[in-house]
Ligand binder design. Structure first.
Ligand SMILES: Nc1ncnc2c1ncn2[C@@H]1O[C@H](COP(=O)(O)OP(=O)(O)OP(=O)(O)O)[C@@H](O)[C@H]1O
Ligand SMILES: [Mg+2]
Length: 469
């Protein structure tokens, strides 16, 4: 009988037994609340969490492979399992790189709560986007990463999701939040950024130094190669630029030392077949302008696109010239080539306005925000030999390309103007393609009864949509 005291006792014992099991088996907790089997790297991370030994845990991971769901699970495990097992309330803050990320995490938590009656009974009040409060005083607060939002909270566990997107100043402001707790702990998770220069990536780079040794720090890499079938790994390697593959699939910060463009690729790009040029009358012509101040020149590069192939038509450096004269020349050159769009460095508003006032189609681009993706875009065109550069007329551009490094500050004007000129290439002008959708598609296909053929044609479809085939 449900109402009999003995059954009640039994139910309570049963519940406590369940809590004790979960206390020492977080992977099982994940499985029970999500209905999913933890991936091997998630399991390894959960086992580290349940030990309660490491103060700082860092996960660098591929995109869309289960970071946020794992973090949401840990948050729930703290407030439900650990709180009962340790007989004290636990407080968890989840900071996310963006409001969108914070909402994804909140929705994962709410999904679990909505499907789990004992968690609902444990709630003290209706959850809001800012706080999920439990009867014993435990709470989870999913917050966007801003100085304002983190003030006044004192969690035991601070989780920072997509930490590479969080500014250093916010991380430094957030870390002391946990100071009053005897259980103080931080978990950072991220897909590496394209610049490779965030706070979290710096920690990853220095992980072998003594101050980052256990039990203070522990580092994990979640690599999608470990869960994808080999044929798909090959496909992804083929279709993504090397830096995007390293960060988004392998989840590894991309090494940025040395030259950006390989000599053998540049050589291929300078092999010009005259027959190809004859064929390519129809195409769009774009220009890129990198404004310069003496002693740096202003550089104009003009390119032509025919389907997915690009060719440099013209480049010129203007040094210490009267600006009116320079604008007059730029206008004449762009008009003679029928340029449809001129991408310019947006920092110099005055120059851009003057050029637009001449009736030219100017699109200012924020170099600060877009440079990593523009470098990646130009790299991809060069790696795939989709950009042709005539060695007879473009010697300065080729010289600069050969010597270009990620932190080039000088002699880079031709390369900067070129990356602006080819910005209309799909990888740069559209949002980065949705790898998470791609991966979840693969997981669904793997689980379902669809044949291998279906799976391959699905990949083909995605590649086509991306314009990469
Ligand atoms: N162990 C698992 N088995 C199957 N599916 C999983 C597993 N873990 C997570 N997923 C699913 O994978 C998808 C992405 O998960 P999640 O949002 O946690 O990934 P993420 O790494 O945070 O992604 P992003 O890089 O976009 O932030 C979700 O649909 C989630 O349910
Ligand atoms: Mg996520």
């Amino acid at each position: 009988m449900v109402s009999s005291p003995s059954f009640k006792d039994f139910a309570l014992t049963d519940f406590l037994l369940q809590i004790i099991t979960w206390r020492h088996n977080l992977p099982k907790f994940f499985e029970d609340i999500t209905g999913l089997k933890p991936r091997p790297f998630q399991e390894e991370f959960f086992r580290e969490v349940q030990e309660l030994k490491t103060k700082n845990i860092v996960i660098v991971a591929g995109r869309g492979i289960g970071k946020t769901l794992a973090l949401a699970t840990v948050a729930l495990w703290y407030v439900l399992v650990l709180a009962i097992a340790e007989n004290r309330p636990f407080k968890v803050v989840i900071l996310a790189g963006s409001l969108k990320q914070a909402k994804i995490c909140f929705n994962y938590i709410m999904d679990v709560i909505n499907h789990t009656p004992f968690l609902q009974r444990h709630l003290a009040k209706e959850p809001t986007q800012e706080e999920i409060l439990f009867k014993d005083g435990s709470w989870i607060r999913p917050l966007p990463a801003s100085e304002k939002s983190i003030r006044g909270h004192h969690p035991d566990l601070l989780i920072i999701d997509e930490a590479a997107e969080v500014e250093d100043s916010i991380i430094y402001a957030a870390l002391p939040m946990t100071a009053p707790s005897p259980y103080a702990r931080h978990i950072f998770s991220t897909t590496p950024s394209l610049t490779g220069s965030s706070w979290i990536e710096d920690k990853w780079d220095h992980q072998h130094e003594p101050q980052y040794a256990p039990p203070q720090w522990k580092f994990f890499n979640w690599n999608a190669e470990s869960i994808l079938p080999p044929d798909q790994v090959e496909l992804l390697k083929h279709m993504l630029p090397a830096d995007a593959y390293a960060t988004e699939i392998q989840g590894l910060p991309y090494r940025r030392e040395g030259k950006v463009f390989r000599l053998e690729d540049l050589k291929e790009c300078t092999k010009i077949d005259p027959k190809e040029i004859e064929k390519e009358e129809i195409g769009e012509v774009y220009a890129g302008i990198d404004w310069g101040y003496y002693p740096a020149p202003t550089v104009l590069v003009i390119v032509k696109r025919v389907e997915d192939k690009w060719r440099v038509l013209y480049s010129e450096a203007f040094l210490a010239e009267n600006f009116e004269e320079m604008h007059r020349k730029i206008k004449l050159i762009c008009e003679s080539y029928n340029v449809v769009n001129i991408f310019t460095d947006s920092t110099d508003k005055g120059e851009n306005l003057r050029l637009a006032a001449e009736g030219l189609p100017v699109t200012p681009v924020s170099f600060k925000a877009e440079k990593p993706i523009m470098i990646s875009n130009l790299r991809m065109l060069i790696e795939r030999h989709k950009l042709k550069i005539d060695p007879m007329t473009q010697q300065r551009l080729i010289d600069q390309l050969m010597n270009y490094t990620y932190d080039s500050k000088r002699n880079d004007d031709f390369v900067d103007a070129l990356m602006l000129a080819v910005r209309a290439n799909p990888i740069a002008s559209h949002a980065p393609f949705d790898l998470e959708a791609f991966l979840s598609e693969l997981v669904v296909k793997k689980r379902s009864t669809h044949s291998e053929e279906d799976r391959k044609s699905q990949i083909g479809k995605i590649l086509k949509e991306m314009g990469r085939m």
